[in-house]
Design a protein around this ligand. Structure first.
Ligand code: S3P
Length: 178
């Protein structure tokens, strides 16, 4: 990666992908392996708003959440040498994917719907978009949303297969040289 092509040159990696693809898990490990700081966008939104993402969706609505998300994403311009784990919808609103590509390096953790379903079922209550969808309809919902979001996700500079990601593969991916 040619860091000079980015404005505010310090290394900044944005991890994107559907919920349940391990963005936070792998982002954290990747940051540890390469001595970078780790930032979870949803966690910052929750801290700033003083409530959970579920509560923000329920009380203020998704549109409000997306405005905050876009703004807090742009605040990360002050951070360097970091890995930012985004929410599943982050790249799909307010030209966020274009902004991320201009100000950092984007990595898409890609996975198929059945794999995502398995992981999402574990923490369904924490995810406002799927919280009220019953199990029988969830696979269809994920398939549809994945189709809708793929044009955004696929604008990432690097696409990794989330289903086969290992610590060893991350070790070989040296930020700044990929
Ligand atoms: C969302 C995914 C969530 C969170 C919010 C909306 C989405 O993040 O930002 O619930 O639109 O897919 P995770 O992908 O970390 O679950």
């Amino acid at each position: 990666m040619d860091m000079n092509q980015h404005s505010n040159s310090g290394l900044r990696i944005f991890i994107i992908g559907f919920m349940g693809t391990g963005k936070s898990h792998w982002g954290k490990r990747w940051a540890q392996l390469h001595d970078m700081s780790f930032i979870d966008l949803d966690e910052i939104i929750e801290k700033t708003e003083g409530q959970s993402v579920v509560d923000i969706f329920e009380k203020a609505g998704e549109d409000y959440f997306r405005v905050k998300e876009a703004s807090i994403l742009r605040d990360q311009l002050t951070q360097q040498n970091c890995i930012v784990s985004c929410g599943g919808g982050t790249p799909c609103f307010y030209d966020n994917i274009t902004w991320m590509n201009q100000h950092g390096y984007t990595v898409y953790l890609s996975a198929a719907a059945p794999y995502i379903l398995k992981n999402v079922l574990d923490e369904k209550e924490k995810r406002p978009l799927v919280k009220n969808i019953n199990e029988a309809e969830l696979l269809f919902f994920i398939e549809q949303k994945l189709k809708e979001r793929s044009p955004f996700y696929n604008q990432a500079k690097l696409i990794l297969d989330a289903e086969n990601l290992t610590e060893t593969s991350l070790q070989g991916l040296i930020p700044g040289t990929i």
